[in-house]
Design a protein around this ligand. Sequence first.
Ligand code: NAD
Ligand code: TYD
Length: 341
Amino acid sequence: MKNILVTGGAGFIGSAFVRYMVQAYPHYTVVVFDKLTYAGNLDNLLPVHDAPNYRFERGDIAEAPTVRRVLEQYQIDAIVNFAAESHVDRSILNSHAFLETDVIGVYVLLEQARQLGIKRFHQVSTDEVYGWIAEGAFKETDPLQPNNPYSAAKASGEMLVRAYHVTHGMHTTVTRGSNTYGPYQYPEKMMPLFITEAIDDRPLPVYGDGKQVRDWLYVDDHARAIDLVLHRGAPGEVYNVGGENEQHNIDVTRRLLRLLGKPETLIRHVADRPGHDRRYAVDCSKIKALGWQRNDDFESLLAQTVAWYQHNAWWWRKIKTGEYLEYYKQQYAQRLAEAKS
Ligand code: NAD
Ligand code: TYD
């Protein structure tokens, strides 16, 4: 591998992967290909802006001519696809862009990669494709039962990746990551939303009883897992990547408030997300057998994450304007007006 295309590299996890790869592999050229949707942000890539092995191209993965031009121009030999519409609540409000990017976009990338004989294709997927599980943990061989338009679109994208491996013999791999947290996460997801709202003494909208369980994975651990599978994963295989760190949402919320020195009176129990998955859990033995290990110190990683948002208000304050405020109003105004504390 010499020239890697990282689609969606201006987003949260994609940019962490790029910052890591540019340093770890100075002999690779890392080309970010990103549409810069509301979630894409070049500030996330400022730390690598001057690196000699980093390039940026703006474009849409669902537009074949642009994808082809970039693949040819940089003689790409591996694609890592992070590009996606990624927020469940937005997929409930309007699913269209999810199908365009998370399904058609994956198809366009695969087809252009096939035509040009590109050696490696890695798809960044999610544990949400399994649906939810009351006890135990999903294995890679379990059936996919997505419950919301986001996870249904991601599952569809994965099925296309599988088909290109089986039908065309493409060397593909897939990772199914769990809920990821850390710096540079767009403040619509629970953690950065709650941290930044609490900093401003604003209410935290906890959906339903807050007893839903998520398995929190630190962003750098997620990035290293993808690097490992890209280099060592077997063709056609899928790998779960979990934090092995299950927490009730309400407990995470209380921890965040403690770390910020803010009162629990900021918590509001609001109307639940329709189709809300109750619990996610994945078995990670397969990727561990490849040599991956997570950092298990949730307490200090959470404290570092909170400190990052405290010290980098420049990064999130300019996001929380314009379109963001429109979305916030649509998602939360009525919920908060009707909330129970
Ligand atoms: P994000 O929303 O922060 O970033 C998505 C990026 O993709 C943005 O830079 C955006 O501009 C870009 N993009 C969107 N549509 C595009 C298109 N049509 N063409 C090119 N670029 C486009 O997302 P994230 O949280 O970093 O997630 C990255 C990937 O990881 C996604 O595929 C997501 O499904 C998956 N994932 C996320 C999590 C999580 O907890 N955030 C967990 C598991 C898996
Ligand atoms: P989120 O960060 O949207 O990730 P996902 O839907 O992919 O799990 O949500 C994490 C959990 O937090 C999920 O159970 C929904 C819940 N949540 C709230 O309770 N309130 C909120 O405002 C948000 C955004 C999420």
